[in-house]
Design a protein around this ligand. Structure first.
Ligand code: F6R
Length: 368
């Protein structure tokens, strides 16, 4: 049942192209983005003036990724909040606020309570959920289901990628409702999303290389992850995967923060994973990261660089280079996350841990 794999997580990592394709299917029809359930009017959607994404863990990271796209496409402020913090700090909510609650299980207690709090304050709630008929979608005004299929591994993989895709559909639905994107632009963005399953399939060709790397660095004390822009939440997700599976100290940073503290952690041989933006995207982001890598390499770090294929400038600074296909900047997390999932799983396996059932963790966290 693990499809010939040593652990479910690897099978689920390989199912990601399908999970993405299934999540996108049927959501663009007659030239329009469509949600699964919409119990709020188009006018209400048009009137939204602020978005909160509330979620926990990996789902929270999917929201951090989506913030870049939704703000860019919709010209709306987007705040991404840990569900466990959201309702205890009296967030400013009203009927023009859209709260997007992202949850694979649809039963996470903190996220559910955040939804209830938002609705009491008259905000509109849209659920992004992988489980049909779960409590969170039942209590929401609109729903977009991810179709990742059941996720057996406790650590989220295919559900996480599907959450990013679904959050992007929410962004496009809002852009369409608000008219901040013309219909042909929405169609073009959707077409880019539809090309992502093939790109993720391509990145899966790095699995053997990354597993081999994982075996070689499995006895490290800690691993750091750096990224900028959408690569920053990817770094956070890579670190979370490693903590939960390999029980290793791992931290993700915005690369621009290095000089403000984290660079003091760099010592001889410390593996540092760097998520590089496309050299063809925003050149300034790329060149800043190249200089960050050269700084940490000069201080002895072992640099593991996730970079777009053909990115030659980064090669001299990469002790290990993992190449990912060229995709639009905002969509890069859908490919750059994949090697980090494999890396965490393989380090955990090498250390002798149960990849599918990490200690102390439950698949669905129904207590606060
Ligand atoms: C990490 C992981 C968790 C979940 C979090 C939210 O790999 O799986 O961090 O993402 O517990 O769960 P859901 O999405 O069910 O609300």
């Amino acid at each position: 049942e693990k499809g010939g794999h040593e652990y479910f997580m690897l099978k689920e990592i390989e199912e990601q192209p399908e999970a993405l394709a299934n999540t996108l299917r049927g959501h663009f029809d007659g030239g329009r983005i469509i949600l699964d359930e919409q119990r709020i009017s188009d006018q209400d959607l048009r009137d939204v003036d602020k978005v909160f994404v509330v979620a926990c863990g990996s789902a929270y990271h999917s929201g951090l990724v989506a913030k870049y796209a939704i703000e860019h496409w919709c010209r709306l402020p987007v705040e991404v909040e840990l569900a466990s913090e959201f309702r205890y700090r009296d967030p400013v909510l009203d009927r023009a606020t859209l709260v997007v609650a992202v949850s694979q299980s649809g039963e996470t207690a903190d996220t559910l309570e955040a939804v209830r709090h938002a609705r009491e304050q008259k905000a509109r709630v849209l659920a992004v959920c992988n489980t049909n008929g779960a409590q969170i979608p039942r209590e929401s005004d609109a729903v977009l289901y991810t179709h990742a299929g059941p996720e057996i591994g406790v650590a989220s993989t295919k559900a996480f990628l599907a959450q990013i895709a679904a959050n992007y559909l929410v962004g496009l639905a809002l852009a369409q409702a608000r008219g901040t994107k013309y219909p042909d632009e929405v169609a073009r963005e959707f077409a880019e999303l539809e090309s992502m399953p093939a790109a993720v399939q391509k990145v899966l060709s790095t699995v053997d290389q990354v597993r081999d790397l994982g075996r070689r660095i499995a006895d490290s004390k800690a691993v750091l992850f750096l990224g900028r822009h959408v690569g920053f939440p990817v770094a956070l997700e890579g670190a979370l995967k490693l903590k939960e599976l390999a029980y290793m100290h791992a931290e993700g940073f915005a690369a621009g923060e290095l000089k403000h503290g984290p660079i003091a952690l760099i010592e001889e041989g410390l593996p540092v994973v760097v998520v590089m933006p496309s050299p063809k995207g925003r050149a300034v982001l790329h060149s800043k990261l190249v200089s960050n890598i050269s700084e940490i390499q000069a201080r002895g770090a072992r640099t593991i660089v996730i970079a777009e294929e053909g990115d030659e400038t980064v090669r001299p600074f990469a002790d290990e280079l993992i190449e990912i296909p060229a995709v639009p900047t905002l969509l890069q997390p859908l490919v750059s996350t994949v090697p980090l999932q494999v890396l965490a799983a393989e380090i955990a396996r090498t250390r002798g841990y149960d990849v599918d059932k990490p200690r102390n963790l439950a698949k669905s966290v129904t207590v606060e």
